[in-house]
Structure formats: C-alpha cells, structure tokens
Ligand binder design. Structure first.
Ligand code: UD1
Length: 375
C-alpha cells in the first residue's frame, strides 16, 4: 500500500527587496522535501516593479500564493497593516511553521502575528546585532529573535549576541549566510561585461555607491556632507549610483541634484539583482550603507566602505573587505586613496559562506519537524 505522508505546511514571508534574495534558495531547497508544503506570502512592503517583480523574475521565484499589498507608510502603519493581513492568512492557512528572513518591518510583523497564534517561528539570519537601537532594523531583529523557536545564524558572532539576550543554545543553528547561496547560484549567469558596456563603465575603474538608510538620506546635513564627498571622489574614480526611491525623494527635496551633477557621476533608477552583483564584481570599490552589499563585496573580495556608525555584520570587517567609516568623510577619502593605490586589505570569506546554507536549513528542519515527530 502507498504510504500517505502527513504534510507540514510551511509559510515563508517576504516583503522587501533583500528578503527576495534570501527566500529564493530557501523555497527551492525546502520544496525538495515531499512532506513539506511550501507557501510564499508577499507582504507588499515593496511593490514597484524594480523593487519587487524584477527579483522574482531574475531569481526564478514562484509567484506568491498571497500578497497582502500593505504598501508604504510610517513604521506603525506599515507594521500594523502587515499584521492585520497576515493574521487573516494564518488563521485560514494554519501553517505548521512560519519562516521569516532578515530584519525588515515585514519580518517583525510576521514574527508577532505568528507568535500570538502559537505557531512555531523560524528566523533566517538571526542573531545579528548593531547595538544601535535607533536603527529600525535592530528593533526588528531583537523582537524577532526573542519570538523564534529556530534561529538560523549566518556567522558565529551571533551565538554571543543571542546568549547575551538569554536565548537557549538549543534553538540556535549555525547555517551560514543565505545571501551567498543566491550569489553563488547567479555568479555564472552574470554577463559582467555587457552590464559594464550598458553603463559605459570600465572594469576596476568605477565606484559603486548605494545609500538608503534614513540616518544618511533623511538627514539633510548628513546627506549633503556625503554627497559633497562623493563629488570629490568622482574626480579620482567614476561613480555609478543606482538610487533607492527614498533617496530619490530626498535628492530632490534637499536640492542635492546640483552637488551630484557631474559627467563622472551616473545616477540611475534602482537596478535588479544580477546587474547589482555584476557591478560589484566589476568595480574598484563599493561605498554603501546596505547590509547585503557589505556581505556581497566581502564574498567577491571587493573593497567596501560603509557609511554607518556601526555594522550588525562585523565579520565583513574582521574577516572581509569592509571598513565602517561612520560619518568621518576624511577617513573615507583616505581609504579611497589607499584602494586606488592598491594598498587596501584583501580580505577572506567567513565560514559557511559557501552556497550550502539553504541545504543546512533544510536538513535541520527535516530533523526538527519530521524526524523528532516520527513523520
Ligand atoms: C526597507 C527596510 C530596510 C532595507 C530596505 C531595502 C524596514 C524598516 N526597512 O527600507 O531595512 O534595507 O527596505 O530596500 O523595513 N518606496 C517606493 N517603492 C517601493 C517601496 C518603497 O517608492 O516599492 C518608497 C516609499 O516612498 C516609501 C520609501 O520608499 O515610503 C521607504 O520604503 P520602506 O519599505 O518603508 O523602507 P526602505 O527605506 O525601503
């Protein structure tokens, strides 16, 4: 007689650009388990085609089963809308486990709803801490980890962070960095030189800039100071700057167009995943405030200068190619000089940034959800 398998319903939640990069290998890997029924739920936090659809297409992610269509809003409004939407979905769907990734508002909202419905929660990219409670993401990380049953950490420093917050070791699984799974899966598909040609850039002869943190781009004084420094750097090396919607609003509002108006600075709309990776791989250096780019540049061994007072990804500094410059523009200019003179550190790759993180997560979930319950 054919054995009938009991299905474990897994709901995976994604809402913003960095989430899509993290769920792509996870969905693929978990769908290999015949006892798992995997449903993707999009919260709608990011909705513009260049912020959402393009990632689904490029990364071959199946269409979400449901989209909550939350849209933008203040933190409270956005979080509340996502919570309201997800509560309805979970009551109907009755997932056996909910998986959230990263640290965006969608992650937090899903964590709270899941926990209050007494559904086990798994957090991929758990345990990262910047120590900066003014960052909305830090609040999201702390709450999500506190509510999680399964915490998949990307690097070993997370053990200590979680231990300091009293989280039991038995809930923590060192799985590695899932962003790197996607990076490795896509590296072969990247036609670097075509992208460089498209933007008239030459290999190792331009700097990729991205900025979107509220502390950098919502603060007029800070954004002007950074923009003047970028303008100064453009006299040495060409700048390629794809602009996040939040950043574009403020470029216009603060009259920053004038500062960045130079033939050596190319501003574009947000770009997709493959172009971003190809542009990191082809660059001389990256200047950013993004979490993901700190990691991707470390993997690709490209110098990265981070305009933030801290990082929740310290291995990119201690092992990788990253330096956190804070708001010290003099330091930034000096490091750019070092990089141009090939005097900057080379960096290494942290442990388990090897393309097998989603496989390790699958194995753990099979053990925890199936083997331990004799399914
Ligand atoms: C969010 C995350 C941040 C992540 C970033 C990646 C939180 C708290 N922040 O920041 O951690 O690094 O995504 O991009 O979750 N907008 C559009 N189109 C869109 C989405 C947003 O125009 O598709 C505009 C809206 O004006 C919106 C603003 O961008 O108000 C900010 O969007 P929001 O999702 O609130 O935060 P991000 O800055 O994108």
């Amino acid at each position: 007689m054919k054995k009938v398998h009991k299905l474990i319903k897994i709901a995976i939640i994604a809402g913003a650009r960095p989430n899509f990069i993290k769920i792509a290998p996870l969905i693929k890997e978990l769908s290999k388990v015949k006892q798992f029924s995997v449903k993707l739920i999009h919260t709608g936090q990011h909705y513009d085609p260049v912020m959402s659809d393009i990632f689904f297409k490029e990364l071959n992610i199946k269409k979400p089963a449901i989209n909550i269509l939350s849209g933008s809003g203040s933190h409270a409004v956005q979080t509340a809308k996502i919570m309201q939407g997800l509560e309805q979905v979970f009551i109907k769907l009755k997932p056996s486990v909910v998986i959230v990734v990263g640290d965006v508002n969608s992650t937090l909202s899903a964590a709270i709803v899941t926990s209050k419905l007494h559904i086990p929660l798994a957090h991929v990219e758990a345990g990262l801490r910047s120590g900066d409670m003014k960052m909305p993401e830090e609040v999201n990380r702390i709450v999500t980890d506190r509510l999680s049953e399964y915490l998949f950490i990307p690097s070993e420093d997370a053990y200590e962070n979680l231990n300091n917050e009293g989280i039991e070791r038995s809930k923590i699984f060192f799985a590695g960095n899932i962003m790197i799974d996607t990076l490795i899966n896509n590296l072969k598909k990247i036609e670097k030189y075509k992208v460089l040609k498209k933007y008239k850039l030459t290999k190792n002869n331009y700097c990729l800039v991205t900025l979107h943190r509220p502390s950098n781009v919502d603060n007029k004084k800070m954004f002007i100071k950074i923009s003047k420094t970028i303008r100064a750097i453009s006299e040495t090396v060409k700048i390629f700057f794809p602009v996040h919607p939040r950043t574009m609003i403020n470029i216009e509002k603060f009259g920053i167009n004038k500062i960045l108006n130079s033939p050596d600075i190319l501003l574009t709309k947000p770009i997709g995943y493959r172009e971003t990776i190809a542009l990191v791989a082809g660059s001389k250096m990256v200047i950013t405030d993004s979490g993901g780019l700190q990691e991707e540049s470390t993997y690709l061994r490209k110098p990265c200068l981070t305009i933030r007072p801290n990082t929740e990804r310290p291995v990119t500094v201690t092992i990788g190619t990253n330096t956190v410059v804070g708001d010290n523009m003099k330091l930034l200019l000096n490091l750019v000089k070092d990089i141009m003179n090939n005097k900057y550190k080379a960096g290494n790759r942290p442990k388990y940034w090897d393309g097998r993180t989603s496989e390790r997560i699958r194995k753990t979930l099979v053990k925890e959800l199936l083997s331990k319950n004799n399914i």
